[in-house]
Design a protein around this ligand. Structure first.
Ligand SMILES: NC(=O)c1ccc[n+]([C@@H]2O[C@H](COP(=O)([O-])OP(=O)(O)OC[C@H]3O[C@@H](n4cnc5c(N)ncnc54)[C@H](O)[C@@H]3O)[C@@H](O)[C@H]2O)c1
Length: 325
Protein backbone atom coordinates (compact mmCIF):
# COMPACT_ATOMS: atom_id res chain seq x y z
CA UNK A 1 0.00 0.00 0.00
CA UNK A 2 1.34 3.44 -0.96
CA UNK A 3 0.91 6.42 1.38
CA UNK A 4 -0.01 10.00 0.56
CA UNK A 5 0.26 12.72 3.19
CA UNK A 6 -2.41 15.40 2.78
CA UNK A 7 -2.12 18.60 4.81
CA UNK A 8 -5.23 20.62 5.63
CA UNK A 9 -7.52 17.73 4.77
CA UNK A 10 -10.20 18.79 7.26
CA UNK A 11 -10.74 22.03 5.34
CA UNK A 12 -13.05 22.65 2.41
CA UNK A 13 -11.04 21.55 -0.64
CA UNK A 14 -8.76 19.08 1.16
CA UNK A 15 -11.71 17.05 2.49
CA UNK A 16 -13.25 16.79 -1.00
CA UNK A 17 -9.89 15.81 -2.43
CA UNK A 18 -9.37 13.01 0.11
CA UNK A 19 -12.81 11.50 -0.56
CA UNK A 20 -12.29 11.51 -4.33
CA UNK A 21 -8.70 10.29 -4.17
CA UNK A 22 -9.52 7.31 -1.93
CA UNK A 23 -12.18 6.23 -4.44
CA UNK A 24 -10.02 6.59 -7.54
CA UNK A 25 -6.69 5.41 -6.10
CA UNK A 26 -7.36 2.07 -4.41
CA UNK A 27 -3.65 1.32 -3.95
CA UNK A 28 -3.14 4.38 -1.75
CA UNK A 29 -3.72 5.18 1.88
CA UNK A 30 -4.09 8.78 3.13
CA UNK A 31 -2.61 10.39 6.22
CA UNK A 32 -4.44 13.65 6.84
CA UNK A 33 -2.39 16.10 8.88
CA UNK A 34 -4.45 19.08 10.02
CA UNK A 35 -4.15 21.46 12.93
CA UNK A 36 -7.93 21.99 13.09
CA UNK A 37 -7.76 25.76 12.98
CA UNK A 38 -11.05 27.69 13.21
CA UNK A 39 -12.00 26.44 9.72
CA UNK A 40 -10.66 22.89 10.01
CA UNK A 41 -13.60 20.66 10.82
CA UNK A 42 -13.65 16.94 11.62
CA UNK A 43 -17.27 16.88 10.37
CA UNK A 44 -15.89 17.35 6.84
CA UNK A 45 -14.17 13.97 7.04
CA UNK A 46 -16.56 12.21 9.44
CA UNK A 47 -17.63 9.73 6.72
CA UNK A 48 -14.02 8.54 6.49
CA UNK A 49 -13.50 7.76 10.18
CA UNK A 50 -12.92 4.01 10.38
CA UNK A 51 -11.96 3.72 6.69
CA UNK A 52 -9.03 1.28 6.55
CA UNK A 53 -7.04 3.53 4.18
CA UNK A 54 -7.53 6.78 6.11
CA UNK A 55 -5.75 8.13 9.17
CA UNK A 56 -6.01 11.52 10.86
CA UNK A 57 -3.17 13.28 12.68
CA UNK A 58 -3.88 16.52 14.50
CA UNK A 59 -0.74 18.62 14.10
CA UNK A 60 0.52 22.00 12.98
CA UNK A 61 2.60 22.09 9.78
CA UNK A 62 4.90 24.56 11.55
CA UNK A 63 5.79 21.90 14.13
CA UNK A 64 8.73 20.02 12.66
CA UNK A 65 8.70 17.43 15.45
CA UNK A 66 5.20 16.40 14.37
CA UNK A 67 5.69 16.83 10.63
CA UNK A 68 8.84 14.68 10.32
CA UNK A 69 7.41 11.38 11.63
CA UNK A 70 4.24 11.84 9.54
CA UNK A 71 6.09 12.57 6.30
CA UNK A 72 8.44 9.69 6.97
CA UNK A 73 5.50 7.30 6.47
CA UNK A 74 4.56 8.79 3.09
CA UNK A 75 5.90 8.75 -0.46
CA UNK A 76 3.99 11.82 -1.71
CA UNK A 77 2.50 15.02 -0.28
CA UNK A 78 -0.46 17.16 -1.35
CA UNK A 79 -0.24 20.39 0.60
CA UNK A 80 -3.52 22.28 1.16
CA UNK A 81 -3.01 23.56 4.73
CA UNK A 82 -3.13 27.34 4.81
CA UNK A 83 -4.73 30.40 6.26
CA UNK A 84 -7.12 31.24 3.46
CA UNK A 85 -9.42 34.17 4.14
CA UNK A 86 -8.32 37.45 2.53
CA UNK A 87 -10.31 39.62 4.96
CA UNK A 88 -8.61 38.02 7.94
CA UNK A 89 -5.19 38.58 6.34
CA UNK A 90 -6.01 42.28 6.02
CA UNK A 91 -6.75 42.43 9.75
CA UNK A 92 -3.67 40.43 10.78
CA UNK A 93 -1.04 38.99 8.44
CA UNK A 94 0.92 37.14 11.15
CA UNK A 95 -0.83 33.76 11.01
CA UNK A 96 -0.70 33.88 7.21
CA UNK A 97 3.05 34.29 7.10
CA UNK A 98 3.53 31.67 9.77
CA UNK A 99 1.43 28.89 8.24
CA UNK A 100 1.62 29.70 4.54
CA UNK A 101 5.32 30.55 4.31
CA UNK A 102 7.08 29.14 7.38
CA UNK A 103 4.83 26.04 7.54
CA UNK A 104 5.45 25.32 3.87
CA UNK A 105 9.17 25.57 4.52
CA UNK A 106 8.93 23.06 7.39
CA UNK A 107 7.06 20.65 5.10
CA UNK A 108 9.46 21.10 2.20
CA UNK A 109 12.49 20.45 4.42
CA UNK A 110 10.95 17.33 5.98
CA UNK A 111 9.79 16.11 2.57
CA UNK A 112 13.26 16.56 1.14
CA UNK A 113 14.87 14.84 4.11
CA UNK A 114 12.63 11.79 3.73
CA UNK A 115 12.93 11.76 -0.07
CA UNK A 116 9.31 12.37 -0.92
CA UNK A 117 8.80 11.53 -4.60
CA UNK A 118 6.06 14.05 -5.40
CA UNK A 119 5.05 17.25 -3.61
CA UNK A 120 1.96 19.05 -4.91
CA UNK A 121 1.76 22.58 -3.54
CA UNK A 122 -1.78 23.97 -3.75
CA UNK A 123 -1.77 27.65 -4.60
CA UNK A 124 -4.14 30.23 -5.99
CA UNK A 125 -4.76 32.46 -9.02
CA UNK A 126 -4.67 35.39 -6.59
CA UNK A 127 -0.85 35.36 -6.74
CA UNK A 128 -1.07 36.94 -10.23
CA UNK A 129 -3.00 39.92 -8.81
CA UNK A 130 -5.68 41.74 -10.75
CA UNK A 131 -5.73 40.96 -14.49
CA UNK A 132 -7.32 43.82 -16.42
CA UNK A 133 -7.37 42.07 -19.80
CA UNK A 134 -6.85 38.55 -21.08
CA UNK A 135 -5.69 35.75 -18.78
CA UNK A 136 -2.52 35.01 -16.82
CA UNK A 137 -0.57 32.00 -18.00
CA UNK A 138 1.83 30.17 -15.71
CA UNK A 139 4.77 32.39 -16.67
CA UNK A 140 2.96 35.64 -15.82
CA UNK A 141 4.64 37.78 -13.15
CA UNK A 142 3.32 37.60 -9.60
CA UNK A 143 1.58 40.74 -8.32
CA UNK A 144 -0.20 39.71 -5.13
CA UNK A 145 -2.36 42.42 -3.58
CA UNK A 146 -3.39 41.07 -0.17
CA UNK A 147 -1.30 39.68 2.67
CA UNK A 148 -3.03 36.34 1.91
CA UNK A 149 -1.97 36.25 -1.75
CA UNK A 150 1.48 37.63 -0.87
CA UNK A 151 1.97 34.77 1.59
CA UNK A 152 0.84 32.25 -1.05
CA UNK A 153 3.18 33.81 -3.62
CA UNK A 154 6.00 33.55 -1.06
CA UNK A 155 5.31 29.85 -0.55
CA UNK A 156 5.12 29.26 -4.33
CA UNK A 157 8.50 30.85 -4.85
CA UNK A 158 9.99 28.89 -1.99
CA UNK A 159 8.63 25.63 -3.40
CA UNK A 160 10.00 26.47 -6.85
CA UNK A 161 13.39 27.25 -5.34
CA UNK A 162 13.50 23.71 -3.91
CA UNK A 163 13.01 22.38 -7.44
CA UNK A 164 15.70 24.63 -8.86
CA UNK A 165 18.20 24.22 -6.03
CA UNK A 166 17.72 20.59 -5.02
CA UNK A 167 15.68 19.12 -7.94
CA UNK A 168 13.13 18.35 -5.26
CA UNK A 169 10.03 17.15 -7.17
CA UNK A 170 7.58 19.98 -6.56
CA UNK A 171 4.51 20.76 -8.68
CA UNK A 172 2.44 23.91 -8.10
CA UNK A 173 -1.25 24.36 -8.92
CA UNK A 174 -2.96 27.75 -9.04
CA UNK A 175 -6.72 27.45 -8.98
CA UNK A 176 -9.42 30.04 -9.43
CA UNK A 177 -12.14 30.58 -6.78
CA UNK A 178 -13.75 27.38 -5.51
CA UNK A 179 -17.26 26.80 -4.22
CA UNK A 180 -19.34 23.84 -3.07
CA UNK A 181 -20.50 21.98 0.05
CA UNK A 182 -18.46 22.27 3.28
CA UNK A 183 -16.96 25.66 2.43
CA UNK A 184 -16.52 27.70 5.60
CA UNK A 185 -19.40 30.20 5.69
CA UNK A 186 -17.20 33.31 5.84
CA UNK A 187 -16.44 32.86 2.10
CA UNK A 188 -18.68 34.76 -0.29
CA UNK A 189 -20.96 32.05 -1.74
CA UNK A 190 -21.77 30.20 1.51
CA UNK A 191 -21.91 33.54 3.38
CA UNK A 192 -24.54 34.89 1.00
CA UNK A 193 -26.53 31.64 0.87
CA UNK A 194 -26.60 31.13 4.64
CA UNK A 195 -27.35 34.81 5.38
CA UNK A 196 -30.27 34.67 2.95
CA UNK A 197 -31.55 31.40 4.45
CA UNK A 198 -31.43 33.13 7.86
CA UNK A 199 -33.55 35.99 6.51
CA UNK A 200 -30.62 38.42 6.45
CA UNK A 201 -28.98 40.32 3.59
CA UNK A 202 -26.04 39.51 1.32
CA UNK A 203 -23.20 41.98 2.07
CA UNK A 204 -21.81 42.90 -1.36
CA UNK A 205 -18.47 44.72 -1.57
CA UNK A 206 -18.35 48.08 -3.39
CA UNK A 207 -20.49 48.25 -6.54
CA UNK A 208 -20.25 44.48 -7.11
CA UNK A 209 -18.42 44.86 -10.44
CA UNK A 210 -15.32 42.88 -9.36
CA UNK A 211 -15.02 39.71 -11.43
CA UNK A 212 -14.07 36.17 -10.42
CA UNK A 213 -13.59 32.92 -12.30
CA UNK A 214 -15.40 30.10 -10.43
CA UNK A 215 -14.69 26.38 -10.33
CA UNK A 216 -16.80 23.77 -8.56
CA UNK A 217 -14.74 22.04 -5.87
CA UNK A 218 -15.20 18.56 -7.42
CA UNK A 219 -13.77 19.82 -10.71
CA UNK A 220 -10.82 21.36 -8.88
CA UNK A 221 -10.14 18.06 -7.13
CA UNK A 222 -10.42 16.13 -10.41
CA UNK A 223 -7.82 18.48 -11.92
CA UNK A 224 -5.58 17.92 -8.89
CA UNK A 225 -5.77 14.14 -9.36
CA UNK A 226 -4.74 14.64 -12.96
CA UNK A 227 -1.77 16.72 -11.88
CA UNK A 228 -0.91 14.13 -9.24
CA UNK A 229 -1.00 11.31 -11.81
CA UNK A 230 0.41 13.03 -14.89
CA UNK A 231 1.86 16.42 -13.94
CA UNK A 232 5.48 17.23 -14.66
CA UNK A 233 7.91 18.01 -11.85
CA UNK A 234 9.01 21.62 -11.48
CA UNK A 235 5.92 22.82 -13.38
CA UNK A 236 3.05 25.14 -12.49
CA UNK A 237 -0.52 24.38 -13.58
CA UNK A 238 -3.31 26.96 -13.61
CA UNK A 239 -6.69 25.42 -12.80
CA UNK A 240 -10.01 26.98 -13.70
CA UNK A 241 -13.34 26.31 -15.37
CA UNK A 242 -13.66 29.50 -17.42
CA UNK A 243 -16.81 30.61 -15.56
CA UNK A 244 -16.14 34.32 -15.12
CA UNK A 245 -18.86 36.43 -13.56
CA UNK A 246 -19.09 39.72 -11.63
CA UNK A 247 -19.91 39.58 -7.93
CA UNK A 248 -23.17 41.42 -8.65
CA UNK A 249 -24.15 38.86 -11.31
CA UNK A 250 -23.26 36.11 -8.84
CA UNK A 251 -25.44 37.69 -6.14
CA UNK A 252 -28.35 38.08 -8.57
CA UNK A 253 -28.03 34.42 -9.60
CA UNK A 254 -28.13 33.29 -5.96
CA UNK A 255 -31.12 35.55 -5.27
CA UNK A 256 -32.95 34.23 -8.37
CA UNK A 257 -32.27 30.62 -7.43
CA UNK A 258 -33.64 31.36 -3.93
CA UNK A 259 -36.69 33.24 -5.26
CA UNK A 260 -35.60 36.50 -3.55
CA UNK A 261 -35.36 40.11 -4.75
CA UNK A 262 -32.56 42.65 -4.95
CA UNK A 263 -33.77 44.33 -1.77
CA UNK A 264 -31.80 41.58 -0.03
CA UNK A 265 -28.48 43.04 -1.24
CA UNK A 266 -26.62 45.17 1.31
CA UNK A 267 -23.89 47.19 -0.39
CA UNK A 268 -20.91 47.55 1.98
CA UNK A 269 -17.66 49.55 1.64
CA UNK A 270 -15.18 47.85 -0.67
CA UNK A 271 -12.47 45.50 0.64
CA UNK A 272 -9.07 47.25 1.00
CA UNK A 273 -6.83 46.53 -1.99
CA UNK A 274 -9.67 44.59 -3.66
CA UNK A 275 -8.47 42.98 -6.89
CA UNK A 276 -10.83 43.82 -9.74
CA UNK A 277 -10.51 40.66 -11.77
CA UNK A 278 -8.81 37.27 -11.72
CA UNK A 279 -8.42 35.20 -14.85
CA UNK A 280 -6.15 32.25 -15.58
CA UNK A 281 -5.18 30.70 -18.88
CA UNK A 282 -5.88 26.98 -18.48
CA UNK A 283 -4.41 25.64 -21.75
CA UNK A 284 -1.77 23.66 -19.87
CA UNK A 285 -4.14 21.66 -17.65
CA UNK A 286 -6.45 21.13 -20.64
CA UNK A 287 -3.50 19.66 -22.53
CA UNK A 288 -3.16 17.18 -19.65
CA UNK A 289 -6.79 16.12 -20.32
CA UNK A 290 -8.81 18.31 -17.93
CA UNK A 291 -12.37 19.22 -18.79
CA UNK A 292 -14.72 20.59 -16.10
CA UNK A 293 -17.84 18.48 -15.57
CA UNK A 294 -19.94 21.16 -13.92
CA UNK A 295 -21.41 24.36 -15.34
CA UNK A 296 -21.60 27.24 -12.90
CA UNK A 297 -25.42 27.56 -12.54
CA UNK A 298 -25.93 23.79 -12.07
CA UNK A 299 -23.14 23.53 -9.49
CA UNK A 300 -24.54 26.60 -7.72
CA UNK A 301 -27.99 24.96 -7.49
CA UNK A 302 -26.36 21.85 -6.05
CA UNK A 303 -24.40 23.95 -3.53
CA UNK A 304 -27.47 25.92 -2.51
CA UNK A 305 -29.41 22.69 -1.93
CA UNK A 306 -26.60 21.35 0.27
CA UNK A 307 -26.56 24.44 2.54
CA UNK A 308 -30.37 24.31 2.79
CA UNK A 309 -30.19 20.65 3.81
CA UNK A 310 -27.32 20.99 6.28
CA UNK A 311 -27.96 23.83 8.74
CA UNK A 312 -26.53 21.55 11.46
CA UNK A 313 -23.14 21.92 9.68
CA UNK A 314 -23.00 25.69 9.21
CA UNK A 315 -25.13 27.16 12.02
CA UNK A 316 -22.65 26.26 14.81
CA UNK A 317 -19.78 27.67 12.72
CA UNK A 318 -21.54 30.99 12.24
CA UNK A 319 -22.47 31.08 15.91
CA UNK A 320 -19.12 30.09 17.44
CA UNK A 321 -16.31 30.66 14.93
CA UNK A 322 -17.10 33.96 13.25
CA UNK A 323 -14.90 36.84 14.22
CA UNK A 324 -15.40 38.71 10.96
CA UNK A 325 -18.99 39.70 10.08
N1 LIG B 1 -11.05 28.15 -1.52
C1 LIG B 1 -10.59 28.63 -2.67
O1 LIG B 1 -11.34 29.25 -3.42
C2 LIG B 1 -9.15 28.39 -3.09
C3 LIG B 1 -8.78 28.72 -4.39
C4 LIG B 1 -7.47 28.48 -4.79
C5 LIG B 1 -6.57 27.92 -3.92
N2 LIG B 1 -6.95 27.62 -2.65
C6 LIG B 1 -5.95 27.01 -1.76
O2 LIG B 1 -6.41 25.71 -1.44
C7 LIG B 1 -5.99 25.35 -0.13
C8 LIG B 1 -7.18 24.91 0.69
O3 LIG B 1 -8.15 25.96 0.71
P1 LIG B 1 -9.55 25.76 1.46
O4 LIG B 1 -10.48 26.74 0.86
O5 LIG B 1 -9.91 24.33 1.51
O6 LIG B 1 -9.15 26.27 2.91
P2 LIG B 1 -9.83 26.07 4.32
O7 LIG B 1 -9.57 27.35 5.03
O8 LIG B 1 -11.23 25.58 4.19
O9 LIG B 1 -8.97 24.88 4.98
C9 LIG B 1 -7.65 25.03 5.39
C10 LIG B 1 -7.28 23.82 6.24
O10 LIG B 1 -5.92 23.96 6.64
C11 LIG B 1 -5.82 23.66 8.03
N3 LIG B 1 -4.70 24.41 8.58
C12 LIG B 1 -4.56 25.76 8.69
N4 LIG B 1 -3.40 26.08 9.25
C13 LIG B 1 -2.76 24.91 9.51
C14 LIG B 1 -1.51 24.57 10.09
N5 LIG B 1 -0.67 25.53 10.52
N6 LIG B 1 -1.17 23.27 10.20
C15 LIG B 1 -2.02 22.30 9.78
N7 LIG B 1 -3.22 22.56 9.22
C16 LIG B 1 -3.59 23.84 9.09
C17 LIG B 1 -7.14 24.10 8.62
O11 LIG B 1 -7.40 23.50 9.88
C18 LIG B 1 -8.11 23.70 7.52
O12 LIG B 1 -8.54 22.38 7.71
C19 LIG B 1 -5.27 26.57 0.44
O13 LIG B 1 -3.89 26.39 0.30
C20 LIG B 1 -5.75 27.72 -0.43
O14 LIG B 1 -4.79 28.74 -0.51
C21 LIG B 1 -8.22 27.85 -2.21
Amino acid sequence: MRTLLVTGGCGFIGSHFIKGFLKSHSGWKILNLDKLSYCGNRENTRALEGHDRYEFIQADICDQDAVGPAIQKAEAVVHFAAETHVDRSIENAGDFLMTNVFGTRVLLDAARKFQIKRFIHISTDEVYGSISQGSADESAPLHPSSPYSASKAGSDLLALSYWKTYQFPVIITRSSNNFGPHQFPEKVIPLFITNLIEGRKAPLYGDGQNRRDWIYVEDHCAALELVFDKGKEGEIYNLGAGEEISNLELTRLILRQMGLGEDRIHYVPDRLGHDFRYSVNTAKIKALGFKPRWTFPVALTQTLAWYRQHPEWWQPLKRDKFTIK
